[in-house]
Design a protein around this ligand. Structure first.
Ligand SMILES: Nc1ncnc2c1ncn2[C@@H]1O[C@H](COP(=O)(O)OP(=O)(O)OP(=O)(O)O)[C@@H](O)[C@H]1O
Length: 837
């Protein structure tokens, strides 16, 4: 039905010159409109003025019923040969959709019915817009309402591989659509079946079916395994199933979910490198279970158009590979993959009433469907005109990237279109038929069945090339793990199945190594942490021990020194030396060093606690013996301090030619004793230093315990007063190291510290002095009490002693003192005899 068209009259004053006149619209096969230029002679006069292409704009591109011009252009399915056309099947869904009026959609149905009743009384019963003319063609008639408003016309589509009427059974569909593909698959040819159609048109039903009416997938599996069961064992093959869905969560990009196993999220990279996990199936029950599980995990939702609408694109791979027999692969065609895709149905917002999340999902679904169609369209145009480059529409969605090889015509595709015949679905059906019917012209030329190539390689071809990592060569294929790695019953391909190690296997191997290393490092870190902890504990224990030792040491010192002070006021014992000499151990061989000097200040006083505490200022250089006695290292004292002490005459030291003696002499200080201010007790003793034998010393100390103190194996301290002039002389003559010191004692002043060394003093006097001083008596420790007993029992006498110019003046010796010099004599005798020997 052509349309009369008259160009609008031209304005005489206006001349329009077009540099690039619009292309002349080509005549569509369906158009029957007479050439307007022939019919209207006046139009020829206006040939210079391009006419408005209104006719083309208004023209409906669809073929008209009376003049069906398509059959000649639509190729019939090729029987065989290298070149074959894409097969397009059409399935018409039964009009009465029980599911739509099911409980969940009852409300929607009621609403739409009420609407329909309001709008048009004639539409009480929905009309049919699509009818099958024969097994290869259909007629699509627009509803009257649309015919009037949009001037839509009846269309005839033919050239389908087969049109399935609404009463077609699932089995029939399987046999016509899928069985040839399965046969190819079994013989080693790969192929893909894709179900396309608007939402609720029966794609999922066709692909999966239901228990009562199993769909293409279950029937395919049955066929495959029935075939395998009957075949010779030598021809038997292994089959693997993988199932995944591409889904858009709230429109936030695409996600790939592995449906065959754990429903894990696979990123695009994983899909490329590893692919979906495969599950090896050995019989139909196992295979159906895997598919059923996957279906349960698939994302679906209830929409106004479908109570269980698929919200994702679902892809199932069935892969076959030859079984190894006696370690050698069979020569038969090796791996083949059968791919079945259930696309999510395109949705119209008005019809579905989707909002929010579902609207976003709907956009994703429509977009993916559109990209899929564009890819095929581009392939068709490229095949028609090879000069036209193949558009890279596949890049626009994950699904098309994944199926790129198919969409570029390198693998066989079969399409099954599902449509609803109702009038309400006219637009959807029309759109699908117009869009998809040209695909029948797509040819697959010289399809290279990579029967001798491993599946891995082919599968990698199928994946987006841009995402393929660089290939690496491996000689050892022991770590070959195919894409089904990780599945519980994952199969591991034999080296011969896979050829060189694939990228995926390489990456997996690397990952495994890194994982191992990480594990080792973690273990090491753990061990180090443990040992660190142990070390910390140990160091704490050691610190505690050290503290204990320190405290016990200081206690010991105090005890020993207290005892010395209280009992005999023999204050020359240097704490350090005491410690070093193991508490005055005569057998300490280490202390054979004669040069060891004792140089300390002994501050003896009735020091108050505060004073003693103040001594802590010099804690490094002094040792606190007791409340009344502080032993200070004179070297550590400042010059002022020493000066002060000297000025105050608190240091009583006889000048001695021997530096040791002077040092020792300076060690008698009583700075805080007010009573003793400037007065010193006299200490008279000899320090005989030599290498005495143990026996000698022991004998000496025992024999003359009253007059000597044995410090060590090399040092004996003897009261010089107790020695006779002869004895002293002898010692000097023999150049033995005789340390003699005399500290004058002011007789007028009572000594506090060394009062007990004032030999020969009557017990009564001592008691009186002590009483006067009011100094507390300290209890002796057992170790020191013996020593002090010896010291206190010293009866020293130095007959040759001369005044040493000490400030205290010459000491007057009492008769009693002189009488107690026998011990000294005996000692000197012993020493002498020792030297002579
Ligand atoms: N040929 C058929 N015979 C009987 N019932 C059918 C047929 N085709 C589809 N149905 C029913 O129609 C409903 C919708 O079908 P289905 O879910 O397969 O549509 P769909 O195209 O997959 O929709 P969507 O794209 O939204 O997933 C289902 O309940 C299904 O059982």
């Amino acid at each position: 039905m052509g349309m009369e068209f008259k160009s609008p009259p031209l304005c005489p004053a206006m001349v329009t010159v077009r540099r690039n006149p619009p292309r002349k619209a080509r005549a569509t096969p369906s158009t029957t409109a007479p050439d307007s230029t022939k019919q209207n002679p006046s139009a020829s006069k206006l040939k210079d003025i391009p006419r408005c292409p209104l006719e083309e704009l208004l023209h409906d591109d669809t073929p008209q019923i009376p003049s069906v011009a398509m059959p000649s252009s639509i190729p019939s399915p090729p029987e065989n040969g290298n070149s074959e056309n894409l097969r397009v099947f059409l399935r018409i869904k039964p009009l009465i959709d029980t599911n739509v009026s099911s409980k969940k959609n009852k409300a929607t149905e009621t609403r739409s019915k009420l609407k329909a009743a309001k709008n048009n009384d004639t539409n009480k019963k929905e009309g049919i817009c699509l009818v099958a003319n024969d097994s290869h063609s259909v007629t699509l008639s627009p509803p009257l309402s649309l015919q009037d408003s949009k001037r839509l016309k009846t269309e005839v589509y033919h050239g389908f591989s087969h049109v399935f009427s609404p009463d077609s059974s699932q089995k029939e569909i399987y046999e016509k659509v899928m069985d040839p593909l399965v046969s190819d698959f079994i013989s080693g040819k790969s192929g893909m079946l894709t179900a396309m159609g608007p939402t609720g048109s029966g794609k999922t039903h066709t692909i999966f079916g239901c228990p009562r009416e199993p769909g293409i997938v279950p029937l395919t599996l049955r066929r495959i395994f029935s075939e395998t069961d009957g075949s010779d064992s030598k021809m038997s093959r292994s089959y693997y199933i993988s199932m995944l869905e591409i889904y858009s969560d709230r429109g936030k990009g695409e996600r790939i979910i592995d449906l065959s196993t754990d429903g894990a999220d696979l990123c695009s990279q994983q899909l490329t490198n590893k692919g979906p996990q495969e599950v090896m199936v050995s019989d139909v029950v196992q295979a159906e279970c895997v598919v059923a599980r996957g279906m349960l995990k698939r994302t679906t939702a209830m929409t106004n158009a479908n109570s269980q609408s698929s919200r994702s694109q679902c892809i199932i791979h069935i892969r076959s590979s030859p079984k190894m027999i006696s370690g050698k692969p069979e020569v038969q065609p090796s791996c083949a993959v059968l791919t079945i895709v259930d696309l999510a149905g395109a949705e119209r917002e008005k019809r579905t009433g989707n909002q929010g999340k579902q609207l976003l999902e709907s956009n994703f679904i429509n977009n993916t469907s559109m990209v899929f169609s564009l890819c095929l369209r581009s392939l068709l145009e490229h095949q028609k005109n090879p000069k036209k480059p193949l558009q890279k529409h596949f890049q626009n969605s994950l699904l098309t990237r994944y199926l790129r090889d198919y969409l570029e015509g390198k693998r066989r595709i079969t399409l099954i279109l599902t449509v609803k015949p109702g009038e309400h679905d006219y637009l959807d059906t029309s759109y699908l038929l117009r869009q998809s019917s040209p695909y029948m012209k797509i040819k697959f030329n010289n399809i290279e069945e990579p029967s001798n190539l491993p599946y891995q390689k082919r599968h990698n071809h199928m994946l987006p090339r841009t995402e393929q990592p660089k290939r690496r060569k491996f000689s050892n294929v022991d770590a070959v793990i195919h894409e089904g790695d990780g599945a519980i019953d994952k199969p591991v391909l034999e080296p011969s199945d896979c050829g060189p190690l694939s990228d995926k296997a390489y990456l997996l191997k690397m990952l495994g190594e890194y994982k191992k290393k990480l594990q080792e490092s973690e273990n090491e870190v753990f061990n180090l942490q443990e040992s660190l902890q142990k070390e910390k504990i140990r160091s704490l224990e050691l610190e505690r021990e050290l503290q204990d030792l320190k405290s016990s040491c200081s206690c010991g010192q105090i005890r020993v020194c207290d005892a010395v002070i209280d009992q005999s006021s023999f204050s020359l014992l240097d704490c350090q030396s005491v410690n070093q000499r193991s508490q005055i151990s005569p057998r300490d061989e280490k202390n054979n060093d004669h040069s060891e000097e004792l140089k300390h200040l002994l501050v003896t006083d009735n020091s108050s606690d505060a004073d003693v505490t103040a001594s802590l200022e010099h804690s490094e250089s002094m040792v606190c013996f007791s409340q009344s006695t502080i032993l200070v290292d004179s070297d550590h004292l400042t010059t002022e301090r020493n000066k002060f002490l000297n000025e105050e005459k608190k240091v009583g030291a006889h000048p001695s030619p021997n530096p040791k003696i002077s040092e020792l002499g300076r060690s008698q200080i009583s700075p805080r004793d007010e009573k003793n201010n400037g007065h010193f007790e006299e200490l008279k003793y000899l320090q005989v230093t030599d290498n005495f034998s143990d026996a000698d010393i022991t004998a000496a100390s025992l024999e003359h315990s009253e007059s000597m103190v044995c410090f060590s194996q090399s040092t004996i301290l003897v009261d010089s007063d107790h020695l006779t002039t002869e004895q002293n002389k002898l010692l000097n003559e023999d150049k033995k190291e005789v340390l003699c010191r005399r500290i004058s004692l002011d007789e007028n002043v009572e000594s506090t510290t060394i009062e007990n060394i004032a030999e020969g003093e009557p017990e009564q006097d001592r008691a009186t002095k002590t009483e006067k001083l009011g100094k507390p008596r300290r209890k002796l420790q057992p170790a020191s009490s013996l020593l002090l007993k010896e010291i206190s029992g010293l009866n020293l006498e130095d007959e040759n002693e001369k005044p040493k110019g000490n400030r205290a003046g010459e000491r007057k010796l009492s008769t009693g003192e002189r009488g107690r010099s026998q011990g000294s004599i005996s000692l000197l005798k012993l020493i002498r005899s020792n030297f002579h020997n």
